[in-house]
Design a protein around this ligand. Structure first.
Ligand SMILES: Nc1ncnc2c1ncn2[C@@H]1O[C@H](COP(=O)(O)OP(=O)(O)OP(=O)(O)O)[C@@H](O)[C@H]1O
Ligand SMILES: [Mg+2]
Length: 139
């Protein structure tokens, strides 16, 4: 496994990193994000969506579980915060999403660990201070 590590100092920098890393996600099906409340997952996803030239602004899909953005590739942005059982995951059509051509990028992957494909890209965001984040990419 290949691990890379970055430090960012603002939400804008985290988004920019997401935009740059999007170039490495063209053949990736699932990106699993880890990191607690306010880590910067949504900020990171907004940059990834920009990297795929999606015009919609990424926002937290907490209530509807998935937001979809359309650019050079369809980007499906999940927030699994409220997913506590596999039945609910089945209801939202998770299997169909991961079998599709879309990039599935997942906040709160901790909650669906068993349902993640083994070859997914894993990204952890760790809060170092109010403004600093350590971002680790495992692929
Ligand atoms: N380096 C940084 N990168 C990202 N966000 C930062 C950074 N420094 C400070 N922040 C702040 O941290 C917060 C990150 O919010 P964001 O919604 O992206 O987190 P999240 O991980 O999606 O949270 P949630 O678990 O609620 O979905 C924002 O308030 C942002 O301004
Ligand atoms: Mg979020």
């Amino acid at each position: 496994m290949n691990t890379a590590e970055y430090i960012t100092h603002s939400p804008e920098e985290t988004a920019l990193l997401g935009k740059q890393l999007a170039q490495r996600m063209h053949s990736v099906s699932v990106v699993a994000l880890y990191g607690g409340l306010g880590a910067g997952k949504t900020a990171f996803v907004s940059g990834v969506a920009q990297g795929f030239d999606c015009r919609q602004r990424a926002s937290s899909p907490t209530y509807n579980i998935v937001n979809e953005y359309y650019g050079t590739r369809r980007v499906c942005h999940f927030d699994m915060y409220r997913i506590t059982d596999s039945e609910r995951l089945y209801e939202i059509g998770w299997e169909d999403y991961i079998d599709s051509d879309a990039l599935c990028i997942v906040e709160w992957s901790e909650n669906i660990e068993d349902a993640l494909p083994p070859d997914c890209m894993k990204i952890t965001i760790e809060k170092l201070s109010e403004t600093d984040r350590r971002i680790r990419v495992m692929e």
